[in-house]
Ligand binder design. Structure first.
Ligand SMILES: CC(C)(COP(=O)(O)OP(=O)(O)OC[C@H]1O[C@@H](n2cnc3c(N)ncnc32)[C@H](O)[C@@H]1OP(=O)(O)O)[C@@H](O)C(=O)NCCC(=O)NCCS
Length: 153
């Protein structure tokens, strides 16, 4: 008999003590990862910094800034071995619900033009491309455009 208990994934506050584990995932999934200080600053600034975990194992994380009537997703990442199982969508939907409860009118994010998987997820939940930021991101060969995507809440 299999006695392994798999509890439902939970979303909780990110703590400074989580950052070392987050960075391991971050470096695995992003070519240009955030630094530990980027996450610590986000926590200290009071951004919505969340961890998605299951049975104390990190599945992913995200950071959202709530501005005047507009929420910005600053980063979202799911550990490589946990991708394509619905966890990114779960975390994104959590942020969308949270932003609605804060009376945000819209949500904005930037995504690399080449990041088709992420853009597909955003389109699936209703984001529309509203602009392009030319040469916004560093890339292996020069710079890369960002697609600016918006969801009306
Ligand atoms: C982008 C990311 C957050 C998506 O999370 P995920 O858990 O892998 O995605 P989900 O399983 O929730 O996928 C939801 C939908 O997104 C789309 N999608 C996600 N990853 C995709 C991929 N690699 N290729 C194509 N479509 C993809 C699919 O439409 C999927 O819906 P479906 O399963 O009904 O087809 C995750 O893959 C990730 O962390 N990638 C690396 C970091 C990154 O790019 N972050 C976003 C920066 S803007």
């Amino acid at each position: 008999m299999n006695n392994r208990v798999c509890n439902t994934p939970i979303i909780r506050e990110m703590m400074p003590s989580d950052v070392a584990s987050i960075i391991l995932i971050e470096r695995e999934i992003f070519l240009f990862p955030w630094s530990p200080m980027n996450f610590l600053d986000s926590i200290n600034t009071g951004y919505q910094c969340k961890i998605l975990e299951q049975d104390n194992i990190f599945l992913g994380y995200g950071v959202m800034m709530i501005g005047v009537e507009e929420a910005h997703i600053l980063t979202i990442g799911i550990a490589a071995k946990c991708q394509n199982q619905g966890f990114g969508k779960k975390l994104l939907n959590y942020f969308i619900q949270f932003a609605k409860e804060q009376n945000s009118k819209s949500m904005i994010l930037d995504v690399r033009e080449s990041n088709l998987g992420a853009a597909k997820l955003y389109q699936q939940v209703g984001f529309k491309q509203i602009a392009i930021r030319k040469d916004y991101y560093p890339a292996m060969c020069g710079r890369e455009d960002a697609l600016v995507m918006q969801l009306m809440l």
